[in-house]
Design a protein around this ligand. Structure first.
Ligand code: EPU
Length: 423
């Protein structure tokens, strides 16, 4: 197990490229199961979650080649049972269900286990498959979905108690591409990653309209074909580096971003007193650290609201921003594990009922801390950049799930970080 040692106090300068989106890549890799022809997918980030997905689809029979961000997948002949040993490692593996059900008329996938960021059921995914005509059975921790006569289009409302579901929308949309007739998904997730998947599917010959809005209409087709696609930039990685630049930077520039996807994150960073300047095309930005800073109120919400995946990193930024900040997570109200670790570094944070109240302190101090999940570990790295002393962040595998070569990118910006083997 690796750990990251961050020697606080360096000023970040220079420019880096933002990677392709992890959360767009995962369902897109799974969507390649829908066709027997070649799919070429570019800018797939080299992170362990995309590696797990590649292992899962390979175990299902896909022929996969990967070289420097480009993945070529051919699924000439596939099986319909996903191996538990691989599936249990990543919740997003549930998104092979939609493609397998559509192409094979049957699939067996293990129920995803618990998750440190909160209860993460898949009832909405199953509600969608059932509406399309699939029969659902549970046995021995597995779900078996069957639709021997094929799926049929239906009107489906995917709203849950915490709002729409991203992977649930992806899963039902993928299944519906090969269903007979028209499917309407109401209360769909409108995240840019859902739109990127819909664009990928449409390039394969699917007929999807309305993706990126709350109502998606899918007209089923008989067959999908091969495609070449470039994944959108990772808005959460970009937001994380924006926060790093605001904390410890002097004119840091991020290339390969998408301004439109970053509005809520940019607004929160600017509200706290920093300035984000985009170039004309909106695909590069420079972050100017502010002189007069203030606390902010943030409530996470489905897109285009403030993303839950940037909640922990913003908490780290606000931990040393003067004034009081209030951060509420409505999507995953238990996603505050990072706060206990930030408090060990001297942060003044009180968490109650899905809300963190942060009183900005002048400086944090280094402590040995433990990463608990992907975004929580990113928050600890951010906090460590300006903390006094050297912070050791253990269980780095959490951050490697979703940030491509984060230590190398930080080094390029002048941070003093080292990856070392934990004994
Ligand atoms: N929910 C249900 N029933 C369901 C599905 C979801 O009640 O069947 C609830 C969840 O418990 C949660 C809310 O609905 O309260 C939203 O969950 P959603 O289904 O949208 O989450 P997801 O699709 O499993 C994706 C991202 C997460 C991100 C969430 C929310 C991927 C691979 N994962 O998960 O990303 O937090 O959407 O935006 O796209 C991350 O990258 O760190 C990460 C956790």
């Amino acid at each position: 197990m690796d750990k990251l040692v961050v020697h606080g106090g360096s000023t970040l300068r220079g420019a880096i490229n933002i990677s392709g989106s992890k959360n767009a890549s995962l369902p897109i890799l799974a969507a390649a199961l829908l066709t027997e022809e070649d799919c070429i997918i570019r800018r797939v980030p080299d992170v362990s979650d995309t590696n797990y997905m590649i292992q899962i689809i390979s175990a299902l029979g896909a022929d996969v080649e990967r070289s420097s961000g480009t993945v070529r997948i051919t699924c000439a002949d596939i099986m319909d049972e996903a191996p538990y040993e691989l599936v249990r490692r990543m919740r997003a593996s549930v998104c092979v269900m939609g493609p397998l059900l559509a192409r094979k008329g049957r699939c067996v996938v293990s129920l995803p286990g618990g998750c440190v960021i909160g209860d993460r059921p898949i009832d909405l995914h199953l509600r969608g498959f059932e509406a399309l005509g699939a029969k659902i059975e549970f046995e021995g921790g597995n779900i078996t979905l069957t639709a021997p006569d094929g799926l049929r289009g239906a009107e489906i409302d995917l709203r849950g108690t915490h709002g729409p579901t991203v992977l649930g929308t992806d899963n039902v949309m993928m299944a519906a591409t090969l269903a007979e007739g028209i499917t309407v998904i109401e209360s769909a997730a409108a995240e840019p990653e859902v739109l990127d998947l819909a664009n990928f599917l449409n390039s394969m010959g699917a007929k999807i309209t309305g993706a990126g809005t709350r109502r998606i209409v899918i007209e089923g087709v008989k067959k999908l074909h091969g495609v070449e696609h470039t994944v959108i930039p990772d808005r959460i990685e970009a937001g994380t580096f924006m926060a790093a630049a605001a904390l410890a930077g002097e004119g840091v520039t991020l290339h390969r971003v998408c301004r439109d996807h970053m509005k809520a994150i940019t607004a929160a960073i600017e509200l706290s007193g920093h300035r984000v300047e985009f170039n004309e095309s909106g695909c590069s930005c420079t972050i100017h650290r502010g002189d007069v800073l203030q606390g902010v109120e943030i409530t996470t919400a489905p897109y285009a609201g403030y993303p839950t995946d940037m909640q922990a990193q913003m908490t780290a930024l606000l931990a040393t921003t003067p004034g009081i900040s209030v951060i509420k997570d409505t999507i995953f109200p238990q996603r505050f594990m990072h706060c206990a670790e930030l408090k060990r570094m001297g942060a003044d944070i009180k968490v109650d009922n899905g809300t963190a109240v942060v009183r900005g302190v002048a400086q944090l101090s280094a402590a040995p801390v433990m990463a608990s999940d992907l975004r929580a570990s990113a928050a600890l790295v951010l906090a460590a950049l300006t903390a006094k002393g050297s912070t050791e962040i253990s269980r780095l595998y959490h951050i490697d799930r979703g940030y491509e070569h984060i230590d190398e990118k930080l080094l390029m910006l002048g941070a003093n970080v080292e990856r070392v083997k934990d004994r």
